[in-house]
Design a protein around this ligand. Structure first.
Ligand SMILES: [Ca+2]
Ligand SMILES: [Ca+2]
Length: 343
């Protein structure tokens, strides 16, 4: 009996240990499942937020395209609906904001495709009182405190033109890039974005950053819209335009016709040549190319969308291309006070 009773106790003890081991294993297993489940939920929320944020950004783009349906295409200025920034719209778990920028308020670097060697020579040799694409660009560089050597223009021409002959001794084609140790050749096609300038012989990254808001790279030859160009570009239009005259010209906006701009400019130029002759072909009062920038914040997700828009003559507008990027919410702009010097 005694033996039988101790055997039973032993068996109970073993059963108890087995149950404890099983419970422990179950607990480990379940905690693993719950942990994975929680991860799945976090991932699912992220994906859902990401998709919703993308849809919100794209709906901001639809808003931008719609704005142009009602817009008067014959004149474009900063008092029109498209120029009104969307205030920060609160949405559940985040916010949306957006704005439209007129890209013809900037100097279009793809306009440099018009140059042949004689035309470049003519424009660069012109008296500084004159106004043409080269003098405007050179003055803009000066105003932005960037070295304004003519090579700055010549390398743009050679980058865009389809041949491999130098536009002038200041230009740069494949051989020049090869000789400067670059691992790429001239594109021989229109520029896609102003950041490309950083690849060009002679341009430093700081020059490109300084020029960023003053130049564009549009797919066709365009005029500068004097209703939207900023002060530095207005000053660059003529050597007689100082800060005060640019302010005066800006105060008279919007110009409903280019003639009204010419008469305002005539009063500020010490020249026998009329503003109409000086600026003909360079400036206008309407724009076809715009950039819509949207910023969507949803939970942990932040999306920035840049949509390049072309407005067609019939009131329709279309997206030429878009760039969407996910920005980690935790990334903050670096303030000078954050920078720690390491000696
Ligand atoms: Ca308009
Ligand atoms: Ca060339």
């Amino acid at each position: 009996m005694t033996t039988h009773a101790s055997l039973k106790r032993k068996q109970r003890g073993l059963a108890l240990i087995s149950i404890m081991v099983m419970v422990t294993l179950m607990a480990i297993l379940l905690s693993g499942i719950f942990y994975r489940h929680q991860l799945d939920i976090v991932r699912a929320i992220r994906v859902l937020n990401g998709e919703q944020a993308m849809l919100l950004a794209l709906s901001t783009e639809s808003w931008a395209l719609n704005v142009f349906v009602e817009d008067d295409p014959d004149v474009d200025h900063l008092e029109e609906d498209w120029a009104r920034e969307i205030p920060v719209l609160p949405i559940e778990g985040g916010s949306v904001t957006g704005k439209i920028i007129d890209l013809q308020g900037r100097l279009n670097l793809n306009n440099f495709s018009v140059f042949t060697s004689p035309k470049l020579w003519r424009e660069q040799s012109q008296d500084i009182s004159g106004t043409n694409l080269i003098t405007v660009y050179m003055r803009l560089l000066e105003i932005l405190e960037i070295d304004s050597d003519i090579a700055r223009a010549a390398v743009i021409v050679d980058w865009i033109d389809t041949n491999s002959e130098l536009i002038s001794s200041d230009g740069a084609e494949d051989d020049e890039y090869y000789r400067s140790g670059k691992t790429y050749l001239a594109a021989n096609s229109p520029m896609i974005e102003p950041a490309e300038l950083a690849l060009f012989n002679g341009y430093e990254i700081n020059d490109v950053i300084a020029l960023e808001n003053f130049v564009s790279t549009l797919p066709s030859n365009t005029k500068v819209n004097i209703n939207t160009a900023n002060k530095q570009l207005m000053m660059a239009l003529h050597r007689d335009f100082d800060e005060a005259s640019a302010d005066a010209l800006i105060a008279l906006r919007p110009y409903e016709s280019i003639e009204s701009f010419y008469s305002a400019a005539d009063g500020l130029i010490n020249s026998t040549v009329s503003a109409k002759d000086l600026f003909n072909g360079l400036v206008g009062v309407k724009s076809s190319y715009y950039l819509m920038q949207a910023d969507v914040l949803l939970g942990d997700i932040r999306i920035q969308l840049d949509s390049y828009i072309e407005r067609k003559g019939d009131g329709q507008a279309a997206v030429l291309f878009r760039r969407m990027q996910f920005v980690p919410k935790l990334v903050q702009a670096i303030k000078p006070s954050d920078v720690v010097e390491i000696n």
